[in-house]
Design a protein around this ligand. Sequence first.
Ligand SMILES: [Zn+2]
Length: 105
Amino acid sequence: MITDEEIRKVIAPLLLSGAKMLDKHCPKCGSPLFEKDGKVFCPVCEYREKQKKEKVKGVEEKLTEKLTQLANSLPEDIDELEKYLKIMGKIIEVLEKYRRLEGGR
Ligand SMILES: [Zn+2]
């Protein structure tokens, strides 16, 4: 679902800028996909991603990124895996403390 605000702030200016609206839709948000300079993209998802990044504070963002990185590269080796899980546990601990400090969003 796209909001009126997103149509006004994202899609309308894009149409005016000369980007080409394609006959395909974004599977994530349902917005029409656009093409500009040979690149196909979903303007609404890009916009939302940017908004989200601006809201998230730096520390939390970095920790979450690290956590994802670790989760995506878990080793087969059990001893190694244990190390990874220990570190991930610590990161989650810090993230939880951090979120509590912020007053529970
Ligand atoms: Zn999208």
